[in-house]
Design a protein around this ligand. Structure first.
Ligand code: SF4
Ligand code: SF4
Length: 101
């Protein structure tokens, strides 16, 4: 099942997930990433790389994040594809601390 980026990614964008993804399925807004459910091959490689536990397999998304399945499908179709890792946002370390990671 496709994987999904949830709200912990907002103001982070460390992009470790993009570095390990074997296909091109991450799309980016100014604040966070989204996974294209059509491109994701469900390898799971991105999950352990995320420093803020933002990524879940869609069947394992916690109830409070359920809306993110549809949000990823919609936003990934509207936003540019991200190729390769990027410099984290300036707010990334503060966001990680705020989330307790
Ligand atoms: S590693 Fe996690 S926080 Fe960083 S860009 Fe990917 S999903 Fe977002
Ligand atoms: S599960 Fe695999 S293919 Fe899908 S986004 Fe993560 S690394 Fe990429």
């Amino acid at each position: 099942m496709p994987h999904v980026v949830t709200e912990n990614c907002i103001r982070c964008r460390f992009t470790e997930c993009v570095a390990v993804c074997p296909v091109e399925c991450f799309h980016a807004s100014d604040e966070q990433l989204f996974i294209d459910p059509e491109a994701c091959i469900d390898c799971g490689a991105c999950i352990p790389t995320c420093p803020v536990q933002a990524i879940y397999e869609d069947i394992a998304v916690p109830e409070e994040y359920a809306q993110w399945v549809a949000i990823n499908a919609e936003r990934s179709s509207q936003l540019p594809l991200l190729i390769g890792p990027q410099t984290p946002l300036p707010t990334a370390e503060a966001r990680r601390a705020e989330l307790g990671f």
